[in-house]
Design a protein around this ligand. Structure first.
Ligand code: ZN
Length: 239
C-alpha cells in the first residue's frame, strides 16, 4: 500500500504542463506515468522533443530521414495514448544537441505559446546522465525559463496568436538521482506507461522485453514508497 498517497500534490496547481525532452520516447519512459495521471486530472500537456531521434537504431542500413519520419509518427501514437494535447519537434539531429542560443529561443517561444505553468525536463546536473542530448535539453529548457518572462527577449515571439510572456511557476527535473524530492506512485497506471512506451516500435521492437531497464529504474523509487513503481523528480526553486 502506498505510504505517500498525496504524491501528486506537488502538481496540485498545475493546469498546463510542458515537457522538454531530447528524443521521441524520453517523455514516455521517464515520466509517462506521471504525465498520464495529470491528463486524467484535465491538465493540458505539451510535449517538446528537441531532436528527431534520427540515429536511434543499431541497423547501419537504415535511412535517417525515414527513421525520423517514423519516429514522429510513433510520437503521435504515444501522445494519443497518454492524452497529450500537442507535440512539437525542434528538428535537431540526434546526438548533436547543444544548449545554444537558438535552442534557448525556440524553447522560450514554446513556453510563451503554450502558456504552460509547469515544466518537466531532464536534470542537466545529474552526474549519472551520460547522454549529451539529455543534458543539453535540460540545460536549454532551464536557460529558457527566465528570458521567456522578459518582454524585450525576442519580442517578435509575442506577436504570435495566443502568445504571452512566459508564465512558468514550477520546474521539476526528471532522470535524476540527485536528492529527488517528489516521488509519484505510478503503479496503477503502469500498463498505460508501458503501452505509450511501446508505441515507439522502432525502439522497442521486442515489446515489453525491451523495457526491463525502465522497470528497474522505476522500482527503486517505488521501493522508497512501498509500491511497485514510482517516478522521481527534483523540484527547482523558482520564482
Ligand atoms: Zn533520450
Amino acid at each position: 500500500m502506498s505510504q505517500n498517497p498525496h504524491s501528486l500534490d506537488a502538481f496540485a496547481d498545475t493546469k498546463r504542463l510542458i515537457v522538454v525532452a531530447a528524443h521521441p520516447d524520453d517523455l514516455e519512459t521517464m515520466c509517462g506515468g506521471t504525465v498520464y495521471q495529470l491528463t486524467q486530472r484535465d491538465v493540458a500537456i505539451f510535449s517538446v522533443n528537441c531532436t528527431l531521434g534520427d540515429i536511434g537504431t543499431s541497423d547501419p542500413s537504415q535511412n535517417r530521414t525515414d527513421l525520423a519520419a517514423r519516429r514522429l509518427q510513433e510520437t503521435e501514437a504515444a501522445a494519443r495514448l497518454l492524452g497529450i494535447q500537442q507535440t512539437f519537434n525542434l528538428g535537431r539531429h540526434d546526438g548533436e544537441l547543444l544548449p545554444d542560443l537558438t535552442l534557448r529561443a525556440e524553447i522560450a517561444r514554446l513556453y510563451r505559446l503554450t502558456q504552460a505553468d509547469t515544466l518537466f525536463t531532464f536534470d542537466p546536473h545529474w552526474t549519472g546522465q551520460i547522454h549529451p542530448d539529455h543534458r543539453a535539453a535540460g540545460q536549454a529548457a532551464l536557460d529558457a525559463y527566465m528570458p521567456s518572462k522578459m518582454p524585450l527577449y525576442h519580442p517578435e515571439q509575442l506577436n504570435e496568436v495566443g502568445a504571452g510572456v512566459g508564465c512558468l511557476a514550477r520546474v521539476f527535473l526528471f532522470s535524476t538521482d540527485r536528492d529527488p524530492d517528489v516521488l509519484v506512485d505510478v503503479t496503477a497506471v503502469y500498463p498505460q506507461k508501458i503501452a505509450a512506451s511501446l508505441a515507439h516500435v522502432s525502439q522497442f521492437p521486442e515489446g515489453e522485453a525491451n523495457l526491463e531497464w525502465m522497470k528497474e529504474l522505476d522500482r527503486a523509487p517505488g521501493a522508497k514508497l512501498g509500491v511497485a513503481f514510482a517516478e522521481q523528480f527534483k523540484q527547482v526553486n523558482v520564482w
